[in-house]
Design a protein around this ligand. Sequence first.
Ligand SMILES: Nc1nc2c(ncn2[C@@H]2O[C@H](COP(=O)(O)OP(=O)(O)OP(=O)(O)O)[C@@H](O)[C@H]2O)c(=O)[nH]1
Ligand SMILES: [Mg+2]
Ligand SMILES: [Zn+2]
Length: 307
Amino acid sequence: MSVATFEARVIGAFGRQVRVRTSDGTEYPARPLGRALGIVCGDEVRCRHDERHGEVHVLEVLPRRTALYRTNARGRAEAVLANLTRLLVVIAPLPEPDLFVADRYLAAAASAGIEPILIVNKADLGLDAALGAALEGYRQADTPSIEVSAVTGVGEAELLAACRGRTAALVGQSGVGKSSLAARLAPEERIEVGALARAAEGRHTTTASRLFILPGGGELIDAPGVRDFAPAIECLEPRTLGFAELARLAGGCRFLDCQHLREPDCEVRAAVEQGQMDPRRYESYRRLRRLQQTLGTAEERARRRDG
Ligand SMILES: Nc1nc2c(ncn2[C@@H]2O[C@H](COP(=O)(O)OP(=O)(O)OP(=O)(O)O)[C@@H](O)[C@H]2O)c(=O)[nH]1
Ligand SMILES: [Mg+2]
Ligand SMILES: [Zn+2]
């Protein structure tokens, strides 16, 4: 007797354990069948009921419309989240922001066709001069940003509008308030929020990505905090590495394949010298180029592994 299969959405992924939801809203714990499928939150999957063991098996991951990729510890590209249309890159005055991490998320999203927005949470704490200057740099970089507070509710309507009708994901350092924002936007859900002290100790409150349905329409993924994020280099837009302002400036470079490092007549370097591109953003771009050189191409890495 053949058993009917059905399609479902992955709304939680914790290693080999996943949680899926069907279009009628039924949720099941499920287990990937056979070899590692690399299932991530947001995936659409084909499942089957195993009546004998009372389990749901995931048979197959359906083609992803978009995916956010990182470089894993073995130097390989690995999907982190799937089928996003919006990436909410969260920073806050506390813990001290690592803007290079934010830049790399923004770059990975832009390269993957996922619209990024910078979310500046904890606006109630006030933004110091350094963060203010960084935000000015992002404005020059054509990167939209919203100032919000999960405590006071400032910016909530704007944040909700940015998620409406989309699949959005909250990413960023641990303790910036991703889960607190998710809890505000999806008040019906049970979402655990951490103590800032724990984040300062490097402990993460959220340990697995979860997908929530927003009351006004749209989906929101709350992802675990990170200490660092290395995008998958081969997934980055080759000319700009996903840096939005470079897409605008690079057309003016003398060489079509300008990497904006030491080449003559480089419009990007000129923009930095003339104060039209944030020097910190440019440094961030150079670091990513260096990372690209260190990691090498995917083929070079495969050769190193196998040879
Ligand atoms: N003052 C202030 N504190 C906030 C705000 N949002 C969150 N917090 C606090 O920041 C701490 C961390 O919040 P979480 O929502 O758990 O942070 P997270 O980004 O989900 O952290 P991880 O799950 O570890 O990645 C908690 O103590 C929250 O109460 C805010 O807008 N203002
Ligand atoms: Mg969290
Ligand atoms: Zn250039």
